[in-house]
Write a protein that binds this ligand. Structure first.
Ligand code: G6P
Length: 369
């Protein structure tokens, strides 16, 4: 059946607004709050291999790679396993070292991305266990994998990925939590706190969406920018990359994502009164550092847009504009912080008259090299 846009002007907007329910659907039957447990049927036969893995290698492209980059911080923090994240296109033509006991996680919305498919086939030949995190059921990557977890986000029509990304993140959180519990690298209190917070994410995403007019008004202020810089640290660094990717894809504004502290090694040279800098400045152990980065940008007359936690008066006073998100565990912030950035990119693209559902030169699924 044809997928309708309903009351939405574009598929992309519809898909952004579907996220409270797609994240919820993704956790259904998997996050068992009452039993204090996470259960993923798709990887039940491989949970031992995953828990005993000496290393996890994550392979993906585009937005899916950014989900993988969040997962790196996550698996390292709560599962205490080294993780590498590789562009599929680099992995396939490189000479990667795959050792016994390595687990490869391939992330792909379509399940058809040629580079990702070839990369996992190569890793499989080298003896790795391949787990897929895909959206399209029965697609090539799940079929080439040993096992996997579907993201259940429903069909994504907009070329720029939104709801599939948050569903990928949700699956990766679930996998990491199950593995951490299995390995005993997380204590019961922390585990309980994280599953409780994860369960609250859909309603918090809903709250952000109810304030979408803020992203819309910022879009009208910055739609003529020639370039933008996106900065974040830790869990929010991949979200800075994703925010920059979204604005490039949808509005054709050049943008770069950077780890905030790397700003002084290059991007700071670009800052003047014409340059909008988007910070993800939520409350975690790097917050004070980000605050000083914001001051550095302001001292050079850059325009600062900051994604902050509700009630953050410090950044509100420093920044030109803020987009607020509810508080959650710092580890889960990516699921919330990306939402205002999706909205900002969407509205900027619409105001510029771009074809947001079908940006020029891009394809939904890149099945050729
Ligand atoms: C294309 C799409 C992106 C997507 C990337 C990876 O570039 O336009 O939205 O993130 O491919 O696709 P996959 O289906 O493997 O997630």
């Amino acid at each position: 059946a044809a997928i309708e846009k309903g009351n939405f002007e574009h598929y992309m907007l519809k898909e952004i607004f579907e996220q409270p329910s797609t994240i919820f659907d993704c956790m259904r039957g998997r996050l068992l709050l009452e039993d204090k447990k996470v259960y993923l049927g798709g990887i039940r036969e491989y949970i031992d291999q995953l828990s005993n893995a000496k290393r996890i290698v994550i392979i993906a492209c585009g937005t899916s790679l950014h989900a993988g980059m969040v997962a790196r911080y996550l698996f390292e923090e709560i599962c205490r396993v080294p993780v590498e994240v590789e562009y599929a296109s680099e992995f396939r033509y490189g000479n990667p070292v795959i050792r016994d006991g390595d687990v490869v996680i391939a992330i792909s919305q379509s399940g058809e991305t040629a580079d990702t498919l070839v990369a996992i086939e190569k890793a499989k030949e080298m003896g790795a266990i391949i787990l897929g995190v895909c959206n399209v059921v029965g697609s090539s990557i799940p079929r080439a994998s040993h096992a996997g977890v579907y993201t259940h986000a429903g069909a994504e029509i907009g070329v720029a990925s939104t709801k599939a990304f948050t569903a990928q993140l949700t699956v990766l959180y679930l996998i990491a939590l199950q593995v951490a519990k299995e390995k005993g690298t997380i204590d019961n209190e922390r585990f309980k706190k994280l599953i409780t917070e994860l369960d609250l994410i859909p309603e918090k995403v809903q709250q952000i969406l109810e304030n979408s007019y803020i992203a819309q008004s910022l879009a009208s202020l910055y739609m003529d920018a020639k370039s933008m810089i996106y900065l974040g640290r830790g869990y929010n660094f991949p979200i800075a990359l994703e925010g920059a990717l979204k604005i490039k894809e949808i509005s054709y504004i050049h943008a770069e994502g950077y780890p905030a502290a790397e700003m002084k090694h290059g991007p700071i040279a670009l800052i003047d009164e014409e340059m909008p800098v988007v910070f993800i400045a939520t409350k975690d152990h790097t917050y004070e550092k980000i605050v000083s980065n914001i001051q550095e940008v302001k001292a050079r007359k850059g325009k600062v847009i900051a994604v902050v936690n509700e009630g953050d008066d410090v950044v509100k006073h420093l920044a030109d504009h803020v987009m607020e998100i509810p508080e959650t565990d710092p580890l889960l912030t990516p699921l919330l912080a990306v939402i205002p950035l999706q909205l900002f990119a969407y509205y900027t693209g619409v105001l510029k008259g771009c074809n947001v559902d079908q940006p020029r030169n891009l394809a939904k699924s890149v099945t050729v090299e």
